[in-house]
Design a protein around this ligand. Structure first.
Ligand code: EPS
Length: 418
């Protein structure tokens, strides 16, 4: 099974991503992976931390001479800013004989909760003495690990004919007027590349920037919506047979786990609750000579029915709340006194929605790669490719499943004896 773990603190030495269960025999394009890491750092509205960092991944294990070996893959993304935080983030006990270091450690202690962040519940849960012990790991800097692992999964998916795109749909009340369906994917991709907001609509991009600038002037922050599309998925990833096998459930979990995400929508999810069934479900039509024996004129379901990929492009939207670190301090409480105080402020982003589009694509790629390996096996790329191709071929005519005779059948016993 494909498993992903991340480790590391925002101002610690490095972020680490471990991807276990990735097949052998996949050639890695590290430049492409690093390009995704750089994209995660971009977008109008990011904080000054991104000027310090130039995120790139070092491969520590699982790849030899550019090809995966089947062993766990480890990436390391160094935090350049660690240089400025060595004493604060040191794993050694505070050295009282080094007063300068001890003073820095004290200075960076956090004693006021930021409403909306992990600060309050995290401090109570782990009985922390310093809110920084929560902030460091809860920070969205962790998403760099997700992007490294996700970019590798995206490369695997691409080898198997799956194309991934993600873009910004809205920031605050400013929404793109372009629908992804209205444009060919190459055009969509080009428009996203050209936009500082990773938004296909150039006019909306400018209005989004204005809105972010205003929020920055007001000491505020903003959220938005991103969309991830995956075209070319084989039919039948995920399963209806058990709750935790459902692909939509897995996607929702993975996407909701991204810092600041508050809702996930598949296809016309939210709108469909207010419409009659006849306007929600995607009617089927014959498709003679096509790759699949059916076609549809609509994709309200967003490519998933019954917890499985259904042959239409996967479309999933994620809703991000405004980042909870605000220059305009909210009413809050001090810690450990729990007395009225203004919330803590520390360098942060005003808007990280473009970055969220990169992170969301990475998480969708991890979930899809895992579902694909679950269905088609996971040791070598060659075997997986063969299995995927065979499945795609069979989908053209859908032969009935063959049944293996029970082993205690007389007939099969006879065969064994021969
Ligand atoms: C981030 C790095 C962080 C924050 C941001 C995400 O760096 P620093 O705390 O040093 O400024 O800019 O994290 C948050 C907004 C948050 O609330 O945790 C990054 O690299 O993405």
């Amino acid at each position: 099974m494909l498993r992903f773990l991340s480790t590391g603190e925002s101002h610690g030495q490095a972020l680490i991503a471990v991807l276990d269960g990735f097949p052998a025999g996949v050639q890695i394009k590290i430049d492409q992976l690093n390009k995704e890491l750089q994209r995660r750092q971009q977008g109008y509205g990011r904080g000054s931390r991104q000027k310090i960092e130039t995120d790139s991944a070092e491969l520590l294990s699982g790849v030899r001479h550019g090809t995966t070996t089947g062993a766990p893959i480890t990436f390391m993304i160094k935090n350049r800013d660690f240089e400025n935080w060595q004493y604060v983030m040191s794993s050694a006990p505070v050295d009282s004989s080094a007063p300068e270091a001890a003073a820095q450690f004290e200075k960076k202690k956090i004693g006021r909760f930021r409403p909306g962040h992990a600060d309050l519940a995290g401090t109570i849960k782990y009985r922390q003495k310093d809110i920084r012990d929560v902030l460091e790991r809860a920070s969205a800097r962790e998403t760099a690990s997700r992007v490294a692992a996700g970019a590798l999964c995206e490369q695997l998916l691409a080898h198997l004919g799956v194309e991934m795109i993600s873009h910004v749909i809205s920031v605050g009340p400013v929404a793109s007027t372009l629908k992804s369906d209205d444009l060919p994917s190459s055009d969509l991709r080009q428009r996203i590349e050209q936009s500082e907001m990773f938004c296909a609509d150039a006019d909306a991009t400018e209005r989004m920037k204005e809105f972010i600038k205003k929020a920055w002037q007001d000491g505020d922050s903003v959220g938005g919506v991103v969309e991830v599309i995956a075209a070319g998925l084989p039919v039948g990833l995920g399963s209806y047979t058990q709750w935790d096998e459902k692909l939509d459930g897995q996607l929702a979990q993975a996407l909701m786990s991204i810092q600041a995400m508050k809702a996930v929508e598949i296809g016309d999810g939210v709108r469909s609750a207010s419409l009659p069934g006849s306007q929600v479900h995607d009617a089927l039509y014959p498709n003679e000579g096509g790759n699949l024996p059916f076609k549809r004129k609509t994709n309200h379901a967003g490519g998933i029915e019954g917890g499985m990929s259904n042959g239409s492009p996967l479309k999933v939207r994620v809703y991000m709340k405004p980042i909870p670190t605000l220059r305009k301090g909210l009413e809050s409480l001090s810690f450990p006194e729990f007395e009225a105080e203004t919330a803590h402020y520390e360098r942060s982003d005003v808007c990280a929605v473009p970055a969220a589009s990169v992170v969301a694509k990475a998480m969708v790629s991890i979930v899809l790669a895992r579902a694909l390996l679950r269905k088609f096996g996971s040791d070598t790329f060659e075997d997986i490719k063969e299995a995927v191709d065979r499945h795609r071929q069979r989908c053209q005519s859908i032969p009935q499943r063959n049944t293996v005779p029970a082993t205690d059948d007389e007939e099969s016993l006879e065969m064994e004896q021969e």
